[in-house]
Design a binder for this molecule. Structure first.
Ligand code: XUL
Ligand code: MN
Length: 344
């Protein structure tokens, strides 16, 4: 398979049981080794990890036990010819994080969040990656008056600085999302993520990850969100998927809802040589209706859609596009793009 210089990744959570808030799992869990085989079979290069995907039950383990298990995971990856792209601290499932992690009103919960994130950094080091993704799941409110938003912003900055200081090699990519699970999140857009990063003690080590669905949920265009980060060399990873309007975070297959929107994400990534900078992560989920033996096609489809769109982008007649832009003939430009997308 020609991958045009791109490397692809996903996380173990992207092969899942199909449960939703209204019903039980509809597919059995796959073991981690079964999932690793899917990475190989579908032509992926790297694994994205939550800290406890790599080291289960890490809250109950000593530092040396965590390091030992992380090293064992690294060997399993190597056996499959895979690498770890990043490690993300899972700061949203433990009872200590009910009302937030770094921005909880409870000092003990904030302390737990920092300690847990330091462990995630340790795991990343053992897995051979210095990239940490911070999806700030519960850093926001269900009740606007419940937290002080100015203080919460300072607490987020303090947490980032503490982690940068803890591990001098660490690079942090903040993944913005406007809502879910919180009603209102404190870091809803790439602008918020980068503003925080530029205020950090070492701004060169703070960047961002843009997820398609999260941008759509914020009412923004994912390609423009990516471009904003690319402009400052701050786009360190992406979570490509798709999203049908303003509803729950759907994580649909890339391009399956809005092909033009998917095309534009690939266009800005390719035009800015993202293949030299980061990996293409696919944060997609199989539909609940998909039987177990067919529940990896969302990953296959998303990867292949990305590659097809790279071909479309690279086949465009740049000179003609520049002429149309100069003539302000945007309707003809529209037709040129639509023709390319429909094989014309
Ligand atoms: C949540 C989300 C997460 C993060 C990783 O919406 O996108 O999968 O990407 O923790
Ligand atoms: Mn994501």
């Amino acid at each position: 398979m020609e991958k045009y210089g791109y490397r692809f990744s996903f996380g173990p959570w992207n092969i899942h049981e199909g449960a939703d808030p209204f019903g039980p799992p509809v597919r059995p869990s796959l073991t981690f080794d079964e999932k690793l085989k899917v990475f190989n079979d579908l032509g992926f290069d790297a694994v994205q990890f939550h800290d406890d995907d790599a080291v289960p039950d890490l809250d109950d383990l000593s530092a040396s036990e965590i390091a030992k298990q992380a090293r064992a995971m690294r060997r399993r990856l190597e056996d499959h010819g895979l690498v770890a792209e990043f490690v993300a601290p899972r700061l949203w499932e433990h009872p200590m994080t009910i009302d937030g992690a770094f921005t909880s009103n409870d000092p003990k919960a904030r302390e737990y969040a920092i300690e847990r994130s330091k462990k995630a950094a340790d795991i990343g080091r053992e897995l051979g990656t210095n990239l940490m993704v911070l999806w700030l799941a519960r850093e926001g409110t269900y009740m606007r008056e419940a937290k002080d938003a100015v203080q919460a912003t300072h607490r987020l900055l303090e947490a980032v600085n503490t982690l940068l200081e803890y591990d001098p090699q660490l690079r942090i990519a903040i993944e913005p999302k406007p809502n879910e699970p919180m009603d209102l999140a404190y870091i809803p857009t790439i602008g918020h993520a980068l503003a925080l990063g530029f205020q950090a003690s070492d701004p060169s080590r703070v960047g961002a990850l843009v997820e398609t669905a999260h941008a759509v949920l914020a009412g923004l265009d994912p390609a423009d969100e990516m471009s904003f980060a690319l402009a400052f060399d701050k786009l360190w990873s992406v979570h490509l998927n798709d999203q049908n309007g303003l509803k729950f975070d759907q994580d649909r297959s890339f391009g399956s809802v809005d092909l033009r929107r998917a095309f534009n994400q690939v266009r800005v990534l390719d035009e800015n040589r993202f293949y030299e900078k980061g990996m293409v992560g696919l944060d997609v989920k199989a539909l609940r209706t998909q039987p177990a033996e067919l529940a990896t096609k969302h990953l296959r489809n998303s990867l292949h859609m990305f590659l097809r769109l790279v071909e479309v982008v690279r086949s465009l007649d740049r000179e003609r596009i520049n002429e149309l832009i100069a003539a302000r003939d945007y309707e003809e430009l529209d037709w040129l793009i639509l023709s390319a997308l429909t094989g014309g």
